[in-house]
Design a protein. Structure first.
Length: 239
């Protein structure tokens, strides 16, 4: 986490928690939004933009993957802001959870100039049609200068990358010095939910921390991924 972001968080009473070697912010939605928007405004009046403000949304699955992937762990720790996305992180001492899907939804309400990258089955195009902006499905493993040029030509305030973890974070970090956006976030499957291609859980499911079970019920192919939640709980128990 950058010194600027850490200072802002501390000034506003937010905390950071070390979770198995990953520094994660325990902060409310309003704190996260204020931090991101302050960086949008700062970069708006300080050109040229040398690199975007890089946000990662850390959940228990990320933490487990990072224990097995040193590059991914390093990237998470080098992000400007790592927010806590997943109620399971409360096992590690996180008090405030900011679901990535809801963060994206709140940012889109602010009418930022947004570029949607990634996703499958036309969801990035659907996002652009629904919320406004530009899009490209791109390729997570492809080095394609045309995609970077398309992003930079659009000059987005916000770049949302939906390649899924850890590919989206690695893609962002690899191209961070080339991207001329103000803020960039890896958003996983958020496009699917926000375009209605995946069923959004009701509020009461979110409140009791069972979104993972909801997703498993509606997307049973996720069962292997959900095993990482069990491993995360085990790692916390033996810590």
């Amino acid at each position: 986490m950058s010194e600027k972001s850490r200072g802002w968080m501390e000034k506003n009473g937010a905390e950071t928690v070390d979770i198995l070697g990953i520094e994660v912010a325990s902060s409310r939605m309003d704190e996260v939004l204020s931090t991101i928007m302050s960086n949008v405004q700062y970069l708006m009046f300080n050109r040229p933009i040398f690199r975007p403000f890089f946000v990662v949304t850390v959940n228990p699955e990320f933490v487990v993957m990072a224990q097995e992937d040193k590059e991914f762990k390093e990237i998470l720790n080098r992000a400007d802001l790592a927010i806590a996305d997943g109620v399971g992180l409360k096992l590690a001492g996180i008090k405030e959870i900011v679901p990535g899907r809801m963060l994206v939804e709140e940012l889109l309400k602010m009418k930022l100039r947004t570029f949607y990258l990634g996703g499958i089955n036309g969801v990035s195009e659907a996002m652009a049609k629904k919320y406004g902006g530009e899009f490209d499905e791109g390729e997570r493993d492809e080095v394609n200068p045309q995609i970077i040029n398309k992003i930079n030509s659009y000059k987005p305030d916000l770049l949302l990358v939906a390649y899924g973890a850890p590919w989206q974070e690695k893609w962002i970090y690899r191209h961070l010095s080339e991207i001329k956006a103000k803020v960039v976030i890896g958003v996983g499957g958020a496009f699917d939910y926000l375009t209605g291609k995946a069923k959004v859980p009701p509020d009461w499911i979110n409140e009791i921390g069972m979104e993972w079970l909801w997703r498993l019920f509606h997307e049973p192919w996720r069962w292997r991924r959900q095993l990482r939640l069990v491993k995360f709980a085990w790692l916390m128990a033996i810590k």
